[in-house]
Design a binder for this molecule. Structure first.
Ligand code: DP6
Length: 320
């Protein structure tokens, strides 16, 4: 009745920003991401009738804040008549700060829960369950370059190129470690309700996806860089124009962006993306990683940097 799983966060290059159905948490448009390898979340799920209720422990401390979403996810995997569960989560990077910690958490959770419930679910079914709780987590079930497509009833998710096919490096500049002021889910709903740019954002999403997919399949760095930065800045423009505005950046985020621009001007293969938080993620060719990391470390306000290659999707671990 106990199982352990591990998943890594993913970084969207073509972003998910908007829901077509809030109840089912169905994304309004598709997205494309890379799954990382050196940042991880490990989850253990143990079902037991002896427990009075579900219990969640995150990095060795009891956590009631995330418990309702975790319990809802377990209900979708194992049914509402399941036994209560002890869920233990451990990660090696800050949570709720725009580093996609919920993506790796829910991806690992569905894999562990399905095994603990002695089910034999396929990866897409688990991705659909994870995605119904946290949209971006559906992508962390898969490794490498991952595309998510959506229609009115469901999502489809698949790896379009394995990590080894194009081993890019991601350098993350952490500019603030606290939790974000507005959750991405809430911010998306506000954007849809009030941003005058929201409808054009959605209209252009299919074209950006075509361009990014084509760039990945042809390993065309310049094309992937151009469409990814464009897509990221459009998403943040939608947020900035929302009422009240949603601004996740701080001055260090902008300094990092300027550092990336400077490297690009010198001819280096690097581009940036930023999610619902102030951290900047620079994507580069592996032999540029040291240079990119020192440039970001030198930016005022950068707390620390982390480096990751691309990795595999969520998987079971041997239970201790
Ligand atoms: C900016 O997956 O956190 O990282 O479905 O409401 O849980 P919910 O949203 P979430 O949103 C991620 C937003 C993003 C872009 C992306 O990962 O595609």
């Amino acid at each position: 009745m106990r199982a352990d799983a591990q998943a890594q966060p993913n970084i969207a290059l073509i972003k998910y920003w908007g829901k077509r159905d809030i109840e089912q948490n169905l994304p309004a448009a598709g997205s494309l991401s890379v799954t990382l390898d050196s940042l991880w979340t490990k989850m253990s799920v143990e079902f037991s009738d002896a427990l009075p209720g579900d219990e969640l422990v995150v990095n060795a401390a009891a956590n009631d804040e995330m418990l309702p979403r975790i319990s809802a996810c377990l209900d979708r995997v194992a049914g509402t008549d399941r036994p209560r569960a002890l869920i233990n989560s451990e990660g090696n990077f800050p949570i709720a700060a725009g580093l996609a910690s919920s993506a790796s958490a829910f991806a690992a959770l569905v894999v562990a829960a399905s095994k603990a419930a002695e089910q034999n679910s396929d990866t897409l079914s688990l991705a659909r369950i994870a995605g119904s709780i946290s949209g971006s987590s559906a992508r962390s079930l898969f490794g490498g370059f991952v595309e998510l497509q959506t229609n009115d009833t469901n999502i489809d998710v698949e790896t379009i190129a394995e990590a080894g096919v194009w081993p890019l490096t991601v350098v993350i500049a952490v500019t603030a470690e606290g939790a974000k002021p507005v959750s991405s889910g809430e911010a998306m709903i506000r954007s849809a309700a009030s941003s005058p740019f929201y409808s054009s954002w959605l209209e252009q999403q299919p074209a950006d996806l075509v361009s990014a997919r084509d760039a990945v399949l042809r390993t065309d760095f310049a094309q992937l860089a151009a469409v990814s930065e464009h897509n990221c800045l459009k998403m943040h423009s939608v947020m900035w124009a929302s009422r009240p505005p949603i601004v996740y950046w701080n001055s260090a985020t902008l300094s990092c962006m300027e550092a990336v621009r400077h490297l690009q001007d010198e001819g280096h293969a690097v581009f940036f993306t930023i999610d619902a938080g102030p951290q900047l993620k620079a994507i580069c060719l592996p032999d540029e990683a040291d240079l990119v990391r020192s440039a970001l470390d030198a930016c005022a306000g950068v707390v620390r940097t982390m480096v990751s290659g691309l990795g595999a999707g969520a998987r079971l671990l041997d239970s201790k």
